[in-house]
Design a protein around this ligand. Structure first.
Ligand SMILES: *[C@@H]1O[C@H](CO)[C@@H](O)[C@H](O)[C@H]1NC(C)=O
Ligand SMILES: *[C@@H]1O[C@H](CO)[C@@H](O)[C@H](O)[C@H]1NC(C)=O
Length: 360
């Protein structure tokens, strides 16, 4: 019970507080959990025992990253279906678990789920859930600091251990899917490119965060900015977990107000595989209200109109392959996921998802 309550209060805190991004980024979530830790210690014995699921292992980060970069792609002749790895970087529980469960239902074998959660929150979802025992060995995450990137690399590395995983998407607990599973699966598996937003922003929050001490490993001209919420194909995922060249430089020289999660991947992907990136994210986020934090949708904001705008309100290029212009198609579906939603929006989101199913 203590565990349940503490995980719950954590989520309420995380979602309920509309703290500006620069403030949120400086919150150390280990500290948030600290107050509940003493309470939990009496029950952690059982929770730890439960954690011995398939995903649990005792590899340290070094060994994990090394092993992950060596797992070959599943051989085509084995006729195993390619899978999409859904990687959840969360603080506590996933408030939209029920929505996601409906999304995944009936598609076993085409996806895998990985959860990196605060080590202090040990609540396990029900056994029947697709989220049951999908937690990977996790460490405390400081929002916006290098530990965030380490968590992302840990997620990628764990997901790479499954040779069938072909596409890897990072999600947060405030993310929702915008389409049904087959649509999202086909969009990702069928894409020639990865979706990592990456742009050269001349402003203070872009080039302004570059440190000349990164030279010559990263030059100002190579410096990129983008959203943290990425989607990559397998080859690029391997490149990211095996990177020993750029990561130490970012760790050392990208400190607040330089946020490593907004610059490392956008820059490194542009260096490693510029021709393999669509340079845009498939995760919708609304910065239009200005300021340093995106809009958070509450229950009353959720409407069919909003969902339609997210689903089809933008124009972008899908599968723009420069060597093969006839594969170029302009798509009005640019976003597959959206954030940020408050937990209170769940009821309405379920209603809308149900209604959409009936119309199809
Ligand atoms: C993405 O950006 C890189 C440079 O950072 C560029 O070389 C590449 O052509 C861009 N890709 C697309 C699809 O625009
Ligand atoms: C692209 O166009 C060329 C020439 O018109 C054709 O030979 C080729 O098969 C096409 N490729 C695809 C993928 O449609």
């Amino acid at each position: 019970m203590a565990t349940l309550l503490s995980c719950f209060s954590l989520v309420v805190f995380a979602l309920g507080s509309l703290v500006p991004l620069h403030f949120a980024k400086s919150l150390v979530f280990a500290d948030l959990c600290f107050g509940t830790y003493a309470l939990q210690s009496s029950v952690t014995g059982t929770a730890r025992a439960n954690a011995g699921g398939r995903l649990w292992h005792s590899m340290g980060d070094e060994e994990l990253l090394r092993r992950a970069s060596a797992v070959p792609r599943a051989v085509e002749s084995r006729r195993k279906a390619k899978k999409v790895a859904f990687m959840f970087l969360t603080r506590g529980r996933i408030p939209f678990r029920v929505l996601w469960e409906r999304f995944f239902r009936g598609h076993d074998g085409l996806f895998s789920i990985y959860i990196h959660a605060s080590p202090d929150c040990e609540e396990e979802p029900p056994e029947a859930s697709v989220f049951y025992m999908r937690r990977i060995p996790s460490k405390p995450v400081e929002w916006g600091g290098p530990s965030m990137l380490e968590a992302e690399r840990r997620l990628l590395a764990n997901a790479l251990l499954d040779a069938c995983n072909e596409r890897f998407v990072l999600l947060s607990e405030s993310c929702i899917p915008l389409f049904d599973f087959p649509t999202i699966y086909n969009y990702l598996i069928g894409s020639a490119l990865s979706f990592v937003s990456s742009l050269d922003d001349p402003g203070k929050a872009g080039r302004g965060r570059y440190s000349r001490r990164m030279r010559p490993t990263v030059t100002l001209a190579e410096w990129r900015k983008g959203s943290q919420w990425f989607e990559v194909q397998r080859g690029l995922a391997v490149g990211i977990v095996s990177d020993r060249r750029y990561y130490p430089v970012f760790r050392e020289h990208c400190r607040p107000p330089c946020y490593v999660d907004e610059h490392y991947l956008p820059t490194v992907v542009a260096k490693l595989a510029p021709g393999l990136n669509a340079n845009r994210s498939v995760t919708w986020v609304d910065w239009s209200r200005g300021g340093s934090h995106p809009a958070t949708y509450k229950r009353r904001d959720v409407s069919l109109g909003l969902m339609e705008r997210m689903r089809r309100g933008s124009k972008c290029v899908y599968n723009n392959n420069n060597n093969n212009n006839n594969r170029t198609t302009t798509s009005s579906s640019c976003f597959l996921f959206a954030r940020k939603f408050e937990a209170s929006a769940l009821g309405r989101l379920l209603l809308i998802a149900d209604a959409a199913k009936r119309w199809n």
